[in-house]
Design a protein around this ligand. Structure first.
Ligand SMILES: Nc1ncnc2c1ncn2[C@@H]1O[C@H](COP(=O)(O)OP(=O)(O)OP(=O)(O)O)[C@@H](O)[C@H]1O
Ligand code: SF4
Ligand SMILES: [Mg+2]
Length: 323
C-alpha cells in the first residue's frame, strides 16, 4: 500500500476493573492492525473475544471501569492522547459506528427523520434548516424514500431500521465506519441487501469500513483484510484471500472448517470443542492451547507472539516461522 493508513492501531490493550477485590478482565490485549482508505477490514472471532471492545476502545466510548492503553492513530493523530473534548469533536466526523443491535436503539416515539436531524444538529454540523435537506439526502443514500422520514420506527421493517441507523452513522461524513454485526437478527435476504448497501455507499463515498461479523462468507465477499481474534488477542491477520486459502493458525483453520460450505448446502458444521478461557483466569502460555488440536508441550508455558509468516500476513502460533 503506497498511501499511509487511515487508522493505525498499535498494542491496544483494554482492561475492565471488576467490582470484586480489584480483579481485572483483560478483554483486549496487544491488538495491532491498519485500515487503509477505502478498504474493508473484517474483525472476526467467537462471542466474547473482544471485537466490540476493540471498536469502543478506539472510539473511547467505554464505561468508566475500562482502562485503555496503546496507540490509535487516525490520520496520524493518536486518539488516545486527546482530551475528552477534543475526542468529542472528532467522534462521528472522523470515525463513526453502527452499534451492535443498533436497529433496536431508535427512539420509538420520535419520527425517524427527526432522529437523524437530531444526530446532525447535535454534532453542530449545520443549522436546523440545512439539516432538513441533509436528512433527505441521507435517507436516499441508504435507499429509504425521503417521505418516509416522517414515519415512526414501528412503521419500519428491521432492514429499514438498520438502514436508518446507517444513515445516522453517516450524518457527519466520516472517513471510517465501524459496523458491529450490522446484519445480525435480519433474515438472509435482508442481510444481503444491507451488505450490498454498505458496499455501494463505500464505493460512492470512498469510505473505509471495519466490519465485525461471525459470518466468514461475508468476510470473503466484502473484506480486503481480516483480523482474527481469540480471547482478546489477534491470532492471525492479513489479506483475506491469502488467509482463507492457507490459514496458518490452528484457530483460524478450525473456524474455516466450522464454516458451512455455501456451495454445498447441508454441510455439517464442525464445532470447535471447548470454550475460550475466562478473562480473569487466563492460561500462562497460548490462550488457545486448551482447545488446540496441534498443541505442543511448550505451548502451555510460552506466549506465542504475532510473527510475519509472509509479507503482510501475521500469525501468533509456535508452529509458524518468520519470513
Ligand atoms: N463493561 C464491562 N465490564 C466488564 N467486562 C466487560 C465489559 N464489557 C465487556 N466485557 C467483557 O469483555 C469481553 C469482550 O467482550 P466484547 O463485547 O468485546 O466481545 P465480542 O467479541 O464483541 O462478543 P460478541 O460477538 O458476543 O458481540 C467479554 O468477556 C465481556 O464479558
Ligand atoms: S501456539 Fe501451540 S497451542 Fe497455540 S495455537 Fe499454536 S500450536 Fe496451538
Ligand atoms: Mg460484540
Amino acid at each position: 500500500m503506497s498511501e499511509p493508513p487511515l487508522l493505525r492501531v498499535r498494542h491496544l490493550t483494554t482492561e475492565f476493573l471488576l467490582a470484586d477485590a480489584g480483579q481485572r478482565a483483560r478483554a483486549v490485549e496487544d491488538v495491532s492492525f491498519d485500515v487503509y482508505p477505502g478498504q474493508t477490514v473484517g474483525l472476526v472471532g467467537e462471542s466474547g473475544c473482544g471485537k466490540t471492545t476493540v471498536l469502543m476502545s478506539i472510539l473511547r466510548l467505554l464505561p468508566a471501569n475500562a482502562e485503555i492503553r496503546g496507540q490509535v492513530f487516525f490520520r496520524g493523530i493518536d486518539l488516545l492522547t486527546l482530551t475528552e473534548r477534543q475526542m468529542r469533536e472528532r467522534r462521528w466526523k472522523d470515525i463513526s459506528i453502527v452499534f451492535q443491535g443498533a436497529m433496536n436503539a431508535l427512539n420509538p416515539v420520535m419520527r425517524v427523520g427527526e432522529q437523524i436531524r437530531e444526530a446532525i444538529t447535535l454534532h453542530g454540523l449545520m443549522p436546523p434548516n440545512e439539516a432538513e435537506v441533509r436528512v433527505g439526502e441521507l435517507l436516499e443514500l441508504v435507499g429509504i424514500p425521503k417521505e418516509r422520514g416522517a414515519q415512526y420506527p414501528f412503521q419500519y421493517s428491521g432492514g429499514m431500521r438498520q438502514r436508518a441507523m446507517i444513515a445516522m452513522a453517516l450524518a457527519c461524513s466520516p472517513g471510517l465506519l465501524f459496523a458491529d454485526e450490522p446484519t445480525t437478527a435480519l433474515d438472509v435476504m435482508v442481510q444481503a441487501q444491507i451488505l450490498e448497501l454498505l458496499q455501494g455507499i463505500q464505493r460512492k463515498l470512498g469510505l473505509a469500513i471495519v466490519l465485525v461479523t461471525h459470518d466468514l462468507g461475508v468476510v470473503a465477499e466484502m473484506c480486503d483484510t481480516v483480523v482474527v481474534m481469540y480471547s482478546g488477542k489477534v491470532v492471525e491477520y492479513g489479506p483475506v484471500d491469502v488467509i482463507f486459502n492457507a490459514p496458518q493458525h490452528p484457530y483460524t483453520q478450525n473456524l474455516l472448517q466450522a464454516f458451512p460450505d455455501l456451495a454445498r448446502p447441508g454441510t455439517v458444521l464442525a464445532c470447535i470443542p471447548g470454550a475460550p478461557p475466562r478473562l480473569t483466569d487466563l492460561p500462562p502460555g497460548c490462550r488457545f492451547a486448551p482447545r488446540c488440536p496441534a498443541r505442543m508441550q511448550w505451548c502451555d508455558a510460552e506466549v506465542p507472539i504475532l510473527r510475519e509468516v509472509q509479507p503482510a500476513h501475521f500469525a501468533a502460533c509456535h508452529l509458524v516461522k518468520d519470513v
